[in-house]
Design a protein around this ligand. Structure first.
Ligand code: OGA
Ligand code: ZN
Ligand code: ZN
Length: 373
């Protein structure tokens, strides 16, 4: 059964239900070799060349295929039912792509402390099924610990290369953190580091942050983490207006080094097109002075204070000790990290950082799943 409407058609594919497809969409997604490059599978058809009144001159269904001759230069398109069924499934789920890397967010608070996803370095780097679990933990929880990595310098950069691509920033591919008399940021002192996301000064902050303790023999310096998505949800439930203010006020951030000077302004809560929180930015120490009207200034500081209190609330924070050879990784678009202060005279503390983009983790999930098919 094929029914033609003004700008769409409907047909039965694999059951009694009718599936509807828009003409412009069908023409745009013609699968022929003139429209879709047969080798690269990239579109060679110029979408904007399709006339607005596009519609079929003739159409029929036979041999598991929908065939259409269009009023645009009598172009002929064929669509396999299998492909149409897949597309229909995605359209009904409102998703653009049938993605094997889609996960399920699990928001967390202090109660995660006893079950932070924890991995053994050897297993993680030798077994792709364990690496898949690590990638999925970054995706769903946004915080992982890896125990027992070699204490060689550069290990975290090699680990990033094993998973995906190193994301370079003005802090180098491999960034050393240890107490330094010429400290250029709080991390390079032995002071407490409040929970923050790194590099909020980039329009696209690095999505995954990885830490490797070459040495941790100091007293103190306990690692902390807070789920930004969770505290944002608490804020939204408690004061939706404050949540809205933080999603609509651009905050300037700046970090500079002798390699560069990166400044950008973005909301602390960047929302996706469907209104869901996508990127959480928070770094009290590198936020720059705001320029807002007095009214907006008051609204902003009211909201910021509420968020700040939620971040500081011990019920929302996990704490854990990372020892020499341990690694930790966060989804830096979601989870804040920090540390308590440490006693510089009690032993040395040296960690190295590398970053990746979040897309690299999703990519690795797709690749491992593809390889195991
Ligand atoms: C940093 C940082 C944490 C630590 O350097 O960005 O957050 O444990 N360091 O020193
Ligand atoms: Zn075509
Ligand atoms: Zn940091």
């Amino acid at each position: 059964m094929l029914t033609i409407y003004k700008n769409s058609l409907s047909l039965q594919l694999d059951g009694p239900e009718e599936s509807e497809f828009n003409f412009m969409w069908l023409r745009d997604n013609c699968q022929c070799e003139d429209c879709l490059h047969p080798v690269t599978r990239e579109r060679t058809l110029i979408t904007s060349d399709i006339p607005e009144n596009i519609s079929p001159i003739a159409s029929n269904v036979a041999d598991g295929k929908l065939s259409i001759m269009w009023n645009d230069q009598q172009h002929q398109s064929n669509y396999n039912f299998e492909w149409l069924i897949q597309q229909n499934k995605q359209q009904s789920q409102n998703s653009n792509f049938d993605d094997p890397a889609v996960g399920e967010l699990k928001l967390w608070d202090k109660s995660l402390e006893d079950n932070i996803p924890t991995f053994d370095y050897k297993q993680l780097t030798n077994d792709d099924s364990i690496l898949l679990a690590w990638c999925e933990a970054i995706r769903d929880i946004g915080l992982t610990i890896v125990r027992g990595a070699p204490t060689k310098k550069g290990e975290i950069e090699r680990f990033a290369e094993h998973v995906g691509c190193v994301r370079e920033t003005i802090y180098d591919r491999l960034h050393d953190v240890n107490a330094d008399p010429n400290a250029y940021n709080v991390a390079q002192t032995s002071l407490e580091l409040k929970p923050h996301t790194d590099m909020p000064n980039y329009n696209n902050p690095p999505g995954v942050q990885m830490f490797h303790f070459i040495k941790n023999e100091a007293k103190g310096g306990i690692s902390t983490a807070v789920d930004g998505y969770h505290v944002a949800k608490l804020l939204k439930d408690h004061d939706p207006e404050a949540y809205k203010v933080l999603s609509e006020t651009a905050v300037p951030f700046r970090i500079y080094s002798d390699k560069g000077d990166i400044v950008s302004s973005n909301p602390l809560l960047t929302l996706d097109t469907d209104g869901k929180l996508k990127v959480f930015r928070f770094s009290n120490q590198v936020a720059q002075p705001l320029s807002l009207s007095n009214t907006k200034m008051n609204e902003f500081y009211h909201a910021y204070r509420l968020l700040g209190k939620l971040i500081e609330d011990p019920n929302n924070m996990v704490q854990f000790r990372l020892n020499t050879g341990d690694m930790m990784a966060t989804n830096n678009l979601r989870v804040m990290h920090g540390r308590t202060s440490y006693d510089i005279n009690s032993g040395s503390r040296h960690l190295q950082l590398s970053y990746m983009d979040y897309d690299d983790v999703l990519s690795r999930i797709r690749m491992i799943k593809k390889a195991s098919l």
